[in-house]
Design a protein around this ligand. Structure first.
Ligand code: ATP
Length: 231
């Protein structure tokens, strides 16, 4: 498993008097296979996970993935850390499903045959076989989320970061995404408001106003989060 090190990290958004701290003095190491991130709206969860692939550069402190700094070694980090956004439309970049999956493989020095084979394997693995040449934007919400996952996983990242991947999905599609995620060999960091997704996770961190206020097993963490929400 990759080792995520977040060392003395703080981050603010805005300028001048509008400057607001969003993450405050975070210091933690994440080496478990399944890590959940929960907390109220605006508590800093997305900003936190965006640190992990260098989408956000910390104002203070450092973030490293297996010793690679997300700022200094950004390219290398992005290659190893796959990221899925809540809204899969934000991630679809090519007209057809197969082209979208293949897009992630460009500039990897693969032969055309290899690219085709890997794309085909991803289409099959994520139940998108029959949709290879369909316009990606016409897929259902659940299929788009699977496409977003497939397009990231085809690149074989060491770490997968999922920011609320089931928020837009019905129960059936949420269960499908869960099954896919459960079966992955990779380390997964998952932000979610669907607390049942965290059953069986190794560790869950609870955010409140930019700080981690609980860090432990899922049942305790969820209880701590519920207590915060009813405070
Ligand atoms: N690019 C940005 N510019 C300015 N402010 C931002 C930016 N990104 C996030 N923020 C602010 O930082 C705070 C934390 O946002 P963040 O998206 O990390 O929270 P969250 O816990 O993921 O929330 P949610 O559960 O609603 O997705 C919010 O107040 C948000 O408005």
């Amino acid at each position: 498993m990759p080792r995520i090190r977040v060392a003395d990290v703080s981050h603010s958004f805005g300028d001048g008097s509008a400057r607001r701290p969003v993450l405050v003095d975070l210091d933690l190491t994440l080496a478990e296979p399944r890590i959940g991130v929960v907390g109220a709206n605006g508590s800093g969860k997305s900003t936190f996970v965006r640190l992990l692939n260098g989408l956000v550069h910390p104002d203070a402190g450092t973030v490293t993935i297996d010793g690679r700094d997300t700022v200094r070694d950004g390219r290398e980090v992005r290659r190893r850390v796959g990221f899925c956004f809540t809204d899969p439309d934000a991630q679809i970049v090519m007209p057809t499903v197969a082209e979208d999956i293949a897009f992630g493989l460009r500039r990897r020095g693969l032969s055309k045959d290899e690219m085709r084979a890997r794309t085909q394997a991803a289409l099959t693995a994520y139940g998108l076989d029959g949709h290879a040449d369909h316009p990606a934007h016409l897929l259902s919400g659940g299929q788009k989320q699977l496409l977003a996952l497939a397009s990231v996983l085809v690149t074989e990242p060491d770490l997968l970061v999922l920011d609320e991947p089931t928020t837009l999905l019905d129960l059936r599609n949420a269960a499908m995404v869960r099954r896919v995620v459960d079966g992955l060999p990779q380390q997964v960091v998952l932000v979610t408001h669907h607390l049942d997704l965290l059953d069986g996770f190794d560790r869950v961190v609870v955010f409140d106003e930019g700080r981690i206020v609980h860090d432990g097993a899922p049942a305790e963490a969820v209880a701590a989060y519920r207590a915060l929400a009813t405070r």
